[in-house]
Design a protein around this ligand. Structure first.
Ligand SMILES: NC(=O)c1ccc[n+]([C@@H]2O[C@H](COP(=O)([O-])OP(=O)(O)OC[C@H]3O[C@@H](n4cnc5c(N)ncnc54)[C@H](OP(=O)(O)O)[C@@H]3O)[C@@H](O)[C@H]2O)c1
Length: 340
């Protein structure tokens, strides 16, 4: 059979197309493209079926495990496929490793090295116990995340665009330096002993809970990463869809109660917003996959990420806490429905 490859502009991408066996899979097609182009390795390729001009539908993405013939729709001799270059790719493990390595290295620099001299602060720097515990908490957190990346998570996506490494590193490394600068500052004023203990104690419980959530997510898949998406169950997953994000957010809240810097709270807000948006998408995906139709289980009613920052309200777009009156009414209704 012959596969004609076109680019988004409609031009033929590989002159004369590619000849494949009738039994070829999409993975074979991707390999054939790579052999011909020498540049576009399989994870760089996005292959879709062309849409009618002006169509607003989402294009069908070719799945690497499926046979090419499955997409032929009656005409088994010819198939036209749209090719898109996704750009250079890196594995998820590489992406996560580099984004977490930065904060793990940058933070101790501010604690151990005399960096504040370069900001105009001369003389001895007295280190408060809270600053030492903050260092331990911080390093434990990022060390744990690197270990989880290599030994716990079972990723379904093999790669991510290389550009995400720069974007994510900019986010984590900048916030790491920003928070480290203020928490380790020579003019830093510690909070009370009790507040410090409550903050770090709560933060540690949340870190351990976050680890347990990741173990529960891991057990949803086989060691090869197969198994797709399942309904997460057990522990806090019985209440919220993304319990791992919930515990992450509360862990940073604990850290901030203990260290009390504007920088730390800014990070908390930004991280919570990012995770809330991801959690909403994950919640929607699970509800779509587990719709209760044709023998599929129905996704149980759950909060999205945390209560009551954002809740899902009967299919309506979730509201933020600032839409106070309508929001509170919906929260009360949602709580009542959970109590039924
Ligand atoms: N501070 C911050 O700004 C920030 C932001 C984001 C994350 N984080 C932290 O980093 C951790 C990892 O983040 P993440 O976004 O990669 O978490 P995630 O997508 O929720 O899940 C982690 C792993 O579990 C898998 N998984 C999730 N839901 C699943 C389901 N229903 N069925 C089967 N497998 C499922 C994921 O698979 P896939 O490979 O298919 O996704 C992934 O391999 C978070 O839990 C959080 O602690 C921090």
């Amino acid at each position: 059979m012959k596969v004609t490859l076109i680019s988004r502009s409609g031009k033929e991408f590989i002159k004369g197309g590619l000849e494949l066996n009738d039994s070829a899979t999409v993975a074979d097609l991707q390999e054939a493209i790579y052999r011909r182009t020498k540049k576009y390795y399989p994870s760089r390729q996005r292959l879709t079926l062309p849409l009618q001009p002006g169509s607003k539908e989402k294009p069908t993405v070719l799945h690497y495990k499926k046979s090419v013939k499955d997409y032929c729709n009656g005409n088994s001799e010819n198939l036209t496929v749209m090719f898109k270059d996704l750009g250079p790719q890196v594995s998820y493990r590489t992406l996560f490793f580099f984004e977490y390595l930065g904060p793990l290295i940058i933070y101790p620099i501010f604690y151990y090295l005399p960096v504040y001299q370069y900001f105009g602060y001369k003389g001895e720097r007295a280190i408060h116990p809270v600053q030492t515990y903050a260092l331990y908490c911080w390093c434990f957190h990022y060390f744990k995340r690197i270990m989880e990346t290599f030994f716990v998570h079972r990723f379904s996506h093999t790669t991510s665009p290389l550009s995400n490494v720069f974007r994510n590193c900019a986010y984590y490394w900048t916030f790491g330096a920003y928070i480290a600068y203020y928490v380790n500052h020579p003019l830093y004023t510690p909070v009370s002993d009790l507040q410090m203990k409550i903050g770090f104690g709560f933060g540690l419980v949340c870190q351990l809970s976050n680890f347990y959530c990741h173990i529960l997510l891991r057990n949803l898949r086989s060691p090869t990463g197969n198994g797709g998406y399942q309904i997460p169950r057990g522990f806090l997953f019985n209440i919220v869809t993304c319990a791992n994000y919930t515990t992450e957010i509360y862990q940073w809240l604990g850290f901030n109660i203990a260290t009390q810097t504007v920088a730390g709270y800014v990070f908390l807000v930004v991280a919570a917003l990012i995770m809330t948006n991801w959690a909403l998408a994950k919640h929607r995906r699970l509800k779509r996959l587990f719709d209760g139709k044709e023998g599929r289980p129905k996704y149980p009613r759950r909060w999205v990420i945390t209560t009551p920052i954002r809740v899902e309200m009967n299919g309506k777009r979730p509201l933020g806490p600032l839409d106070s009156a309508a929001y509170l009414k919906d929260v009360v209704r949602e709580v009542n429905s959970h109590l039924d």
